[in-house]
Design a protein around this ligand. Structure first.
Ligand code: GTP
Length: 116
């Protein structure tokens, strides 16, 4: 729903395009509260700060996003889907954390099962 609200705002005004970063950051914080309250305890969360190629349009400082991610113990990576920046890395980070959670970090090479 948040995404469709953002799209509507984009259609209404070209200026609204620059509001999306801050809106998304606030929406993320709300989703995280819900996820922590209602989601499973051992969930791996990664925040991708996408469109990092659009540096002129930045609304959320990398430090602010990183501090927030640290405070809630999640992965944070700035990405650009357009320029293929850190896309591979974010999936590597996620798979490494899954390994740590499901093996206690001490079973490298032994494998583990992913549950649906
Ligand atoms: N410059 C740039 N544009 C991107 C990037 N990722 C997606 N886009 C563009 O952003 C627009 C929206 O992309 P969607 O795939 O709908 O993504 P979304 O999550 O709905 O994105 P927003 O609503 O813009 O937050 C499209 O025009 C994409 O081509 C990126 O990393 N850099």
């Amino acid at each position: 729903m948040q995404a469709s609200v953002q799209r509507l705002r984009m259609k209404r005004s070209p200026k609204a395009r620059w509001q999306i970063g801050a809106d998304s950051f606030q929406a993320l914080k709300n989703w995280m509260k819900e996820l922590r309250q209602h989601g499973p305890p051992n969930i791996v969360v990664a925040i991708a700060g996408n469109k990092c190629d659009l540096s002129d349009a930045r609304e959320v400082l990398e430090k602010d996003a990183m501090d927030y991610a640290d405070s809630i113990h999640t992965i944070f990576v700035e990405t650009s889907a357009k320029n293929t920046i850190n896309i591979h890395e974010v999936f590597i980070e996620i798979s490494q954390q899954i390994t740590v959670i499901y093996t206690g970090g001490g079973a490298a090479g032994k494998g583990f099962k992913l549950h649906r």
